[in-house]
Design a protein around this ligand. Sequence first.
Ligand code: HSE
Length: 436
Amino acid sequence: MIDSRTLRVALLGAGSVGSQVAKMLLENRRELAARAGADLELVGIAVRDVDAKRDVELPRELLTTDAESLIRGADIVIELMGGIEPARTYILDAVNSGADVVTGNKALLAAHGAELFAATEQVGAEISYEASVAAAIPILRPLRDSLAGDNITRVLAIVNGSTNFILDRMDRFGETMEEASKLAFEAGYLEADPTLDVEGYDAAQKVTILAGLAFHSQIDADRVHREGITSVTAEQIEAAQSAGYVIKLLAVAERLTTPEGELGISARVYPALVPREHPLATVYAENNAVFVDAEAAGPLMFYGAGAGGVQTASAILGDVVSAARRHVAGGPGLNGSNHAGLPLLPIDDVVTKYQINLRVEDRPGVLSEVAGIFADFGVSVQTVEQSIADEGDGLATLIIGTHRAREKALSAVVDALGEANVTDRIVSVLRVEGAQ
Ligand code: HSE
């Protein structure tokens, strides 16, 4: 039975996610009403062009180009337009007119989250954004609510499906980056501007959101350390395989204490070596996964589809039902807390492990010279492997794995190795994540 209370739902955007959201709201209206405790009436869908071709046929009478009028009088506004403007203005209008907002707009949240949350807080409304990170995977509510009594120490995540697809094709099928990227493009996995994916911007926006929730702090997205996958070579993939690793584009957020005793957060994105036995190593194709370490709960992994119209619509609808329940129950919105106010620490303060692959002269004393460079910067070597393949050039390949050390010291080692006379070239430098 439909509840006597009706909540007016306005949808902004009818692209691949928006049209699925509209379809699900219309088709599942009775069931959603029973779950939410109120009828969810889709009162309109704001679009740029009412005649545009859509994935799903939508009732013509719901389509409008007048977003402002639609927002006024709505109880719940779903923003699925993407981009910064006019999405930001519409969300602020919605909040200021008393509506709750559901959005999947990671770029907007990463750039203007503080402003949107402050506006929401001011009027006691709520902004929900489960779909903004790893789409269908429930991860933001678990971080905000389910783990609210625990202390999260670290989040290691694969949150960009297209780059995971590309690296996975290179690893499992021996494709070149070009071949794998072409397939990712044809399958529609890449953003309209693929730089956002392959240069790590998309993952950086998502780790900004994850780190903020995990560590109760506001993170500045522009200061997140970011490296993309464009420099990953087939040679590195092969070397990783023979050393028992797989290369993944990781988004990492962790709580850190510097040697000087400063407590802060590191948020960073880079391609890293992940041990084959780590659960993240088995995240194939375009899937996403978020691996969380919490003091009491221990390791947890959340896995699934990180994109897709109907998959993302699932997360949006979940937020809509929650927002509706809050309207029914009354009281101010439940928002994440920034009370910890931890600073974002520079990459230099991160403690990690490096795997350095270099070509050196093959003569007595070289190994001790190389070892001396590590010692000079206080970096302890964990493994050394010398390749015996003789390429007739008087050179040998050294693969050196370090113990955990500060990034500042590790990068100084790499610089010094690059300048050493014994070094012909540094083939690759990758960080190792998820290893003991
Ligand atoms: N381009 C993104 C990805 C889509 O590859 O994961 C989902 O945000």
